[in-house]
Design a protein around this ligand. Structure first.
Ligand SMILES: [Zn+2]
Length: 241
């Protein structure tokens, strides 16, 4: 097949057994010939006793009819085989089949939300690899409520954000600097023995003289904020200025 034909549908999701609990929606693209489409549509139209006339059926209903016929053909064949196959399965093989289906047709669990417990200068957090972990909670940490549960090495104490903004006539308000004190005490590959200042600077734009002065003023304010944050960081680390 050298040219890929155009793709249509799926128009609707087709329930294969309305009386059973569904596990998954299986997507499938079938490349078919005109003759196969003709057969499927003729079969569907015959089931409706030829009503309404083909010329009166809208495009989506034509596709629904054909998709339904193709799906019915597939699922009837599977259902016919189901009693035979299930009757022959050993419990071990049935379990292996279910394990394969679970791998292929279930979604990874959603990460759960942290419910931290703070006590006596510590915080107890859930981790995906070490269960509950209790770690010292520095006074500057903004807390862990609402975080996702992750690995122990990903535990990070983050201070309140420090921000500096700029307003230019051309670009309106924007943030040029964001920073916060951060400490990930359980990092393994690159250990972080002391708190650090995490800094993000951003500005990109063309300016006239007025906006240029707005920007330099904002940068001086950002630099002053960073000076204070760095002094606080040195103090946290027990360093003298
Ligand atoms: Zn913390």
């Amino acid at each position: 097949m050298s040219v890929k034909p155009p793709r249509f549908g799926p128009t609707d999701t087709i329930p294969c057994d309305e009386n059973a609990t569904p596990l998954a929606i299986v997507g499938i693209d079938l490349t078919v010939t005109r003759e196969q489409l003709r057969t499927a549509l003729a079969a569907g139209h015959a089931e409706q006793a030829g009503q309404p006339p083909l010329a009166d059926i809208d495009v989506l209903d034509i596709r629904r009819e054909i998709e339904g016929q193709l799906a019915a053909g597939a699922i009837v064949a599977v259902d016919d085989e189901t009693p035979n196959v299930n009757g022959r399965l050993t419990p071990e093989y049935a379990a292996a089949l279910d394990a394969a289906i679970d791998r292929a047709y279930t979604l990874p669990a959603q990460p759960s939300i942290q419910r931290p417990r703070y006590r006596n200068g510590t915080v107890t957090l859930q981790t995906t690899d070490h269960g509950e972990v209790t770690t010292p909670e520095p006074g500057w940490c903004a807390g862990h409520d609402g975080e996702y549960v992750g690995r122990r090495s990903e535990i990070s104490h983050d201070g309140n954000p420090i921000e500096a903004g700029v307003v230019t006539t051309r670009h309106g308000p924007g943030t040029i600097m964001q920073a916060h004190v951060s400490h990930a005490p359980h990092l393994e590959i690159r250990p972080e023995p002391h708190p650090i200042l995490s800094v993000h600077l951003s500005f990109d734009g063309d300016l006239g003289p007025e906006d240029g002065r707005n920007l330099t003023r904002a940068l001086r304010i950002a630099a002053a904020s960073l000076d204070r944050a760095i002094a606080d960081l040195a103090h946290l680390r027990g360093e003298q200025r």
